[in-house]
Ligand binder design. Structure first.
Ligand code: BTN
Length: 262
């Protein structure tokens, strides 16, 4: 079924134009190819299914047709490209708040950009960067497990979906429209300071790691610490056993909960 979200997406630029596919290899790959050819700020690539959905760290992303949301929003930031990485957190916040608004389910953010519900991952975000001449193009790919009820063996312990968590079929159109609406508003705030200053409080109110012990998987050696919140550049602030504070940047380390996935 083709998404008819344009009427519902109450936005100025996010999701305009919208390019929809019944099946595509990866909405991120398509977005990057397009972005290297022409101006794409605001363009949304949306697919019913993906044949080569990509996850982070070179993993694949399960993308069965007709069930979930696979979308990539292209952004051409007006600010220096060094600040573009924070857009991943902006999208995580937009998706969490959109899910809360549309489904009533208290989706949380596992730093930096996984969304979790009832301890299971329901959404992943993959942000990629390419250039058209000197112009940076940021492609923010979002996969939301909306109506999937079965997962491959290797994901069964960690993956969940909105339908499994709420017992209700999710309206994908409404959710995509809400994500775009939130992202557009949050992007304008991010742009003002070129960091998370104005979004930090909202982000931290969704942060499931906050106040919890995490295991920081540092290549120099793992250690345990308590997550306190985020810095304005999006790093995770953790308090170590000796009381010192460390800023963890997402490129360097990943964070695991002590009990299970979160
Ligand atoms: C993760 O590993 O957590 C990130 C998953 C990102 C998946 C989305 S689905 C839409 C977009 N297209 C892709 O190929 N990947 C992203």
């Amino acid at each position: 079924m083709k998404y008819k979200i344009l009427d519902q997406a109450d936005t100025v630029w996010a999701g305009k134009p919208l390019i929809w596919f019944p099946l595509v290899d990866s909405t991120n790959e398509y977005g990057k190819k397009l972005g290297m050819e022409k101006t794409v700020h605001g363009t949304l690539i949306l697919a019913d299914g993906q044949s080569g959905g990509k996850g982070r760290r070179g993993r694949s992303w399960e993308s069965p047709a007709g069930q979930n949301i696979y979308m990539s929003l292209c952004v051409e930031p007006e600010f220096p490209v060094e600040h573009a990485a924070g857009l991943t957190l902006v999208m995580a916040l937009a998706a969490a708040e959109a899910i809360r608004e549309v489904t009533g389910a208290e989706a949380g953010i596992k730093w930096p950009n996984d969304l979790v519900l009832h301890g299971r991952k329901i959404c992943g975000i993959l942000t990629e960067l390419c250039f058209r001449d000197e112009q940076p193009v940021v492609v923010i790919g979002v996969g939301i497990n909306g109506n999937s009820t079965e997962f491959p063996e290797e994901l069964r312990q960690t993956a969940g979906s909105l339908k499994l968590a709420t017992g209700k079929e999710i309206c994908r159109e409404m959710l995509v429209a809400a994500v775009l609406h939130k992202f557009e508003a949050f992007y304008e705030k991010y742009k003002e300071t070129e960091d998370m200053t104005l979004l930090k409080a909202s982000y931290e109110s969704c942060l499931v790691n906050r106040g919890r012990e995490v295991c920081v998987l540092d290549p120099k050696g793992s250690y345990r610490a308590v997550a306190e919140g985020i810095a304005k550049n999006g790093s995770l602030i953790v308090v170590c056993k000796d009381g010192s504070r460390q800023e963890i940047s997402s490129g360097e380390v990943s964070v695991r909960g002590i009990c299970g996935y979160v």
